[in-house]
Design a protein around this ligand. Structure first.
Ligand code: GDP
Length: 445
């Protein structure tokens, strides 16, 4: 999908950033370099990329990041804000004339999706209670009038087209007549579809400029194919010089475009993107929202969550250091393991001990004693990291699962061990306070 690769690469860039606490200038530069490359590979115009990268870098090295609780998140926010800015900032709506009809002229290369957009816009406006008229001023392409007629029918809109043989070849006159027709028949909006060429040429521009001068449109919308890639900037600039336009329509945003046109055109021309066309159907038209488009590119929610999780682990590591210091003199799983091994030695003496007379209680305990249990316990503790052995509070669900897998037991076994250990630790406290303990690791005594 459009922006797919760009999204992935930006997410990857932030993934690398997320485990950092404070960001060094080198971290920032590395991140900005990655973003720059990702944008260039997505066909975003060089001038746009340069300015974008410079702004992000300046802000990321500034105070707002330095002071931030989570600098990585702050950098992502900055990238998001600057993305919104190059997409035009605030949403811009279609502007209507104070006295109807509102005249909307369309311009763009042939195949850009102009005619399709004319139908979509007519349908959308009709739904809002308007009575749009479609004017077929594309007299260049053999079947353009026929195509617009079909589109108008599907959109439930009226079409104004030159009678065959009458006025053919004069799009300016057709446009003017169309507006007169709209006034007489109470159409409050006129959409003028103009001719496109496969490439930008002088004649095309002159024709569009002439129509513009003749009908004084309230809006001139430049329709641009999102798939056009690197050519987007030159095409947009040529139309701006030749006809000028008040707004942009991005078409075929549903395709596999890398997104460069979408990301370049507003900032290169200084004209807002008003609509996004997202399919061949007449309902596939959306008002363009720069902030929503930016979130689509950045997957902001996902990235912020990722960073938050990383930050939690980071905090945990800090907490662990403190906990370790505090725990210095405490009973740990390592101590527990040592005790187990003591019991194991004792276990192998079971038979011998059992033969001794007068053992009483102790004899029964030794009978219940299972050597394999000790082996299991040992395996579990050996599967723990040193930090986990010292601070068993670290043992969350995923760590317990890892340990169970590592030692070939079930999570229930790990849980049971931790529980026994906790009981033992409690006894150790009792000892420390001068009480008399039971022997840990021997089950209920
Ligand atoms: P025009 O020459 O500028 O009037 O372009 P058309 O409206 O005839 O569109 C050219 C081709 O692009 C047609 O096959 C349309 O069906 C297709 N098209 C137009 N808009 C979209 C869009 O938003 N998404 C997709 N996938 N195809 C589109």
């Amino acid at each position: 999908a459009t922006f797919g690769t760009l999204s992935e690469r930006l997410t990857e860039t932030f993934r690398n950033l997320r485990t950092k606490g404070k960001l060094s200038p080198a971290d920032v530069d590395g991140t900005v370099r990655e973003i720059r490359r990702a944008l260039l590979d997505a066909d975003v115009a060089l001038e746009v990329v340069k300015e974008f990268a410079a702004k992000v870098r300046e802000r990321a090295l500034g105070d707002e990041v330095n002071r931030a609780l989570n600098p990585a998140q702050q950098v992502v926010q900055i990238v998001n804000e600057e993305l919104i800015a190059i997409l035009g900032g605030e949403q811009r709506r279609l502007e209507f004339a104070k006295t109807p009809p509102t005249v909307i002229m369309l311009a763009g290369l042939q195949g850009s999706g102009k005619t399709t957009f004319a139908g979509k816009l007519a349908k959308m406006l009709a739904k809002d209670g308007h009575t749009p008229l479609l004017v077929a001023a594309d007299l260049q392409r053999p079947n353009a009038v026929g195509q617009l007629t079909v589109v108008a029918e599907r959109a439930g809109a009226t079409i104004f087209a030159p009678e065959p043989g009458n006025g053919v070849g004069d799009p300016v006159r057709v446009s003017r007549d169309g507006i007169e027709f709209a006034k007489r028949h109470q159409h409050d909006i006129v959409i003028v579809d103009t001719a496109g060429r496969l490439g930008v040429d002088a004649e095309l521009m002159k024709q569009a400029a002439d129509i513009r001068a003749a009908v004084q449109p309230d809006e001139v919308l430049f329709v641009i194919d999102s798939m056009i890639g690197q050519d987007a900037v030159n095409t947009a600039k040529a139309f701006q010089e030749g006809v000028d336009f008040t707004g942009v329509v991005l078409s075929k945003l549903d395709g596999d475009a890398r997104g460069g046109a979408a990301l370049s055109v507003a900032s290169v021309t200084g004209r807002p993107i008003i609509f996004a066309s997202t399919g061949e159907g007449l309902d596939d038209l959306e008002a363009f929202h720069p902030d929503r488009m930016a979130s689509r590119i950045l997957d902001l929610g996902d990235i912020l969550t990722l960073i938050e999780q990383a930050q939690q682990n980071f905090d945990e590591a800090e907490a662990l250091k403190v906990a370790e210091k505090l725990a210095n003199e405490q009973f740990t799983l390592e101590d527990f393991l040592e005790q187990m091994q003591q019991f194991k030695k004792m276990g192998s003496m079971k038979k011998m001990l059992g033969m001794l007379p007068g053992m009483g209680n102790m004899k029964q305990q030794l009978e219940d004693f299972d050597e394999r249990e000790i082996d299991r316990t040992e395996a579990i503790i050996r599967s723990m990291t040193p930090a986990e052995r010292r601070t068993p509070k670290l043992l969350n669900g995923s760590r317990r699962l890892r340990i169970a897998r590592g030692s070939g037991v079930t999570v229930t076994d790990v849980n049971a061990l931790v529980q026994r250990f906790e009981q033992a630790a409690k006894m150790m406290k009792t000892v420390a306070r001068g009480g008399v303990p039971n022997i840990p690791g021997m089950g209920p005594v």
